[in-house]
Ligand binder design. Structure first.
Ligand code: FAD
Ligand code: NAD
Length: 471
């Protein structure tokens, strides 16, 4: 049985972990591939290709923004095969050269197959077994299967497959109302597919701040059919090769939808449950996430975990941060560093776009914490006038006693970029007054919406007494 200094399972963030500082170690890298590809979710089927589809989708929608300022553009005509092939022409090449590079690395042995622990620090893979002094589990997550029976004639797509469709479908039903549903609904509807979203709850993106989720749901409902408070009941093949999707509302009333393509976007399951972790003494929590401490150590000595397999955030920037923690802790076992999971931001690359960090208003209300809030419309600042924007805003939530931000939520153009100074403020405990008045804000840039939202917050240091919302 071959023995290694280190075994890394997973070629997403796990592969990135193995930088030049690990060349003195004898390393096993194990990966089963996603659709056969090396390099993990973000590169092959996640963040990167989706955003490469979002860009042309955004451009086809420019017509609407242009009409608001008296410019008439022609209808955007998206060439699906060209877009798809350009994107995957680039991504597939990166994936395969990444794999070739690992095969060439003398200190690394690449095992291509599904890994399962067979005992303490012993792993079964590709018909054999290996042992290692230390392990890193970075096996990510997978799409959650639909909760109904799928007839053999019906194809259920997930984010793993839908970006490779042969042709742009005429119609699509999307089950779910989270990030993946939001982004693919934007992409396909912008390209001309008739999209219907079926969502169990009463709003899309229900974990977002309540005002943002409401506004997003309203905006999406103008673009496509959004069916709320309905759950999937059954799937049937329909005449003409289409799929009949049957849903029911809270009262049991059934609804039928026809679609050429069905996309399941009902969440992702961490992959720990497929790895026989108990044999290695690695515990999972009730949500199926590998239990880790602040140093990314699992319950088994010498075994670390990081990324989607152990993180509730399921975000690549979090996996990247945890990769840096694990790198350091492998290289400096006597001087461990902790991951910092404060102020984790996220963005939803839909239309409208969302950028968010920290607590939502409903979380603050439920926790009973005192807070003040400000909502600043894009339309209230000069660049918002230039855009004739009537739908976008920046919402800030702050602690009236400390003058620090508790949460920031932006919905509208460039929200994923506009949110960054607010992430910085929360990460470095920058007070609202210092942030608003301690720097120049370029006039008349869209960032003035952030400046004005900060100035609208009733916190210490401004005139007047703070007036918490919940008192
Ligand atoms: C459609 C989509 C869009 C996304 N967009 C964004 C975004 O815009 N921004 C963002 O921050 N995040 C985004 N994410 C989330 C992000 O992709 C993940 O959080 C991130 O890729 C997780 O990285 P990871 O290293 O933990 O796992 P992965 O990259 O999934 O790597 C895990 C690897 O382990 C392999 N593996 C699994 N089980 C085994 C096993 N038993 N044996 C051997 N190998 C195994 C898998 O094949 C895979 O290669 C998106 C996700 C999806 C699905
Ligand atoms: N821009 C980004 O950062 C980005 C983009 C895409 C995905 N991601 C990551 O990938 C993860 C997975 O995305 P997602 O959209 O699949 O998950 P999600 O958790 O965001 O949303 C899942 C949706 O499916 C619904 N749902 C769950 N079970 C259901 C069922 N049985 N029937 C009907 N609906 C059901 C939920 O109510 C929810 O609306 C996200 O949590 C996110 O972290 C991030």
């Amino acid at each position: 049985m071959p023995h290694y200094d280190l075994c890394v399972i997973g070629s997403g963030s796990g592969n990135s972990l193995l930088d030049e500082r690990f060349t003195s170690m004898n390393v096993a890298l194990v990966d089963k591939g996603i659709n056969g590809a090396f390099g993990g979710t973000c590169l092959n089927v996640g963040c990167i290709p989706t955003k490469m589809f979002v860009r042309p989708a955004d451009l086809t929608r420019a017509r609407e923004a242009a009409a608001a300022v008296d410019v008439s553009l022609p209808w955007g005509d998206a060439d699906w095969p060209a877009i798809r092939d350009r994107i995957f022409g680039r991504i597939d090449a990166i994936s395969s050269s990444g794999r070739d590079w690992r095969i060439e690395n003398e200190h690394i042995t690449l095992f291509e197959g599904e890994a399962r622990f067979t005992g303490e620090k012993t792993l079964g893979v590709a018909g054999g077994k290996l042992t290692a002094d230390r392990f890193v589990i970075a096996t990510g997550s997978r799409p959650r299967p639909l909760a109904v029976a799928v007839p053999p004639e019906v194809t259920v797509h997930t984010s793993d497959t839908v970006m490779r469709l042969d042709r742009l479908p005429k119609s699509m039903v999307i089950i779910g109302g989270g990030f993946i549903a939001a982004e693919f609904a934007h992409i396909f509807s912008a390209f001309g597919t008739r999209v219907t979203i079926i969502n169990r709850s009463g709003t899309l993106l229900r974990k977002e701040d309540e005002d943002v989720a409401k506004r997003f749901t309203t905006r999406m409902s103008k673009r496509m059919a959004v069916r709320l408070n309905q759950k999937l009941v059954r799937l049937e093949p329909d005449e003409g090769g289409e799929i009949l999707v049957v849903t029911a509302d809270h009262e049991g009333i059934e609804y039928e939808y026809n679609a050429e393509v069905l996309l399941n976007a009902t969440g992702r399951i961490p992959n720990g449950d497929t790895m026989n972790l108990a044999a290695a003494g690695v515990e999972m929590d009730d949500d199926g996430l590998i239990r880790v401490d602040e140093f990314q150590r699992t319950t088994a000595e010498g075994i670390f975990a990081m990324g989607d397999v152990s993180s509730p955030a399921q975000l690549k920037h979090v996996a990247n941060h945890e990769t840096r923690t694990v790198q350091h802790n492998l290289l400096h076992p006597d001087d461990l560093i902790a991951s910092n999971h404060n102020a984790i931001p996220h963005a939803v690359f839909g239309d409208p776009q969302i950028g968010s960090v920290g607590a939502t208003e409903q979380e603050l209300r439920e926790s009973g914490r005192r807070y003040v809030k400000a909502i600043q419309d894009y339309g209230s600042v000069a660049y918002g006038w230039a855009m004739e924007d009537q739908h976008s805003f920046c919402k800030l939530l702050a602690d009236p006693d400390t003058g620090l931000l508790l949460g920031a939520h932006i919905i509208g153009e460039q929200a994923s970029t506009l949110i960054q100074p607010l992430i910085q403020a929360m990460s470095f405990n920058l007070g609202i007054r210092d942030m608003a008045r301690g720097q120049y804000w370029i006039h008349p840039a869209l960032t003035e919406v952030v400046e004005n939202a900060l100035l609208s917050l009733a916190v210490p240091g401004y005139d007047g007494e703070p007036d918490p919302v919940n008192e």
